[in-house]
Design a protein around this ligand. Structure first.
Ligand code: SAH
Length: 232
């Protein structure tokens, strides 16, 4: 597979431009020259084969050769509501969620949770998404919402969706997935766990409490297990 680069600005007249971190990588890490072939994607589901035309210190102009719509998405929309962990574990989670095809990630504001990322911290999350998409061949970006109150997240779901709250005291078996295209919403709590009020709120909104085995998992492990189950 060619090296993949993310373009922020649209392809016009078969011309594309890379700048910022993407241009830096192509110019100074990969040492591209006119004629070097790469794959471009813009996060909308398409990818292009393109050839470097001209380079300057911080910009690369490319000539687009072919366009393909390449679908590497899950069969169903998958939304992960999660009280994000901190630091390196956050990065790991974003990377794996992107690889496993999560459609949208909603940082949850919960009673026992820590502060969720806003402003420039959110830009950092998006950068990690792009990095993971470059690596795994995904042509749609994992969307990251603004931090959302748990109660508001519960309300967002469509009636037909399968809604799963990961909770150590829940029932110990996964629901049937009779319809592979049916949207799935997940909720993973903070290190301190859900409060009884949060669990009751989810139950009253028709979420199913599911236990993921007899051991307590880290936030990111629980999320990964659930995303892998949806894919499998
Ligand atoms: N002390 C907390 C554990 C929190 S672990 C408690 O007892 O609830 C962080 C989150 O990961 C939990 O809120 C839950 O959503 C998920 N999780 C971790 N281990 C789990 C398990 N065995 N079953 C279901 N969910 C689990």
């Amino acid at each position: 597979m060619n090296q993949r680069y993310f373009i922020e600005s649209p392809v016009v007249d078969r011309q594309a431009t890379l700048d910022g971190a993407e241009a830096h990588h192509l110019l100074h890490v990969m040492r591209a020259r006119p004629g070097t072939e790469v794959t471009l994607f813009d996060g909308s589901g398409r990818e292009w084969t393109a050839q470097v035309a001209t380079t300057s210190r911080s910009q690369v102009e490319l000539e687009v050769l072919t366009l393909q719509a390449v679908d590497r998405e899950l069969a169903c929309p998958l939304v992960l509501g999660i009280a994000l962990p901190k630091g390196d574990r956050q990065r790991w989670l974003i990377e794996k969620a992107t690889e496993l095809g999560v459609t949208r990630l909603v940082p949850l504001v919960t009673t026992r949770g820590v502060a969720q990322p806003t402003g420039s911290a959110q830009d950092r999350l998006r950068r990690w998404v792009v990095e993971a998409c470059k690596q795994c061949g995904r042509n749609r970006l994992l969307e990251i919402d603004r931090p959302t109150k748990f109660g508001d997240y519960l309300e967002q779901t469509s009636a037909e969706a399968l809604k799963i709250l990961a909770h150590p005291d829940g029932q110990l078996h996964f629901p049937e997935r009779d319809e592979p295209t049916r949207p799935v919403y997940l909720a993973v709590g903070p290190e301190g766990g859900w409060t009884p009020e949060e669990v009751a709120l989810a139950c009253s909104a028709n979420w199913q409490n599911i236990a993921l085995g007899p051991r307590i998992l880290r936030i990111e492990t629980a999320a990964l297990l659930l995303a892998a189950w949806v894919q499998a």
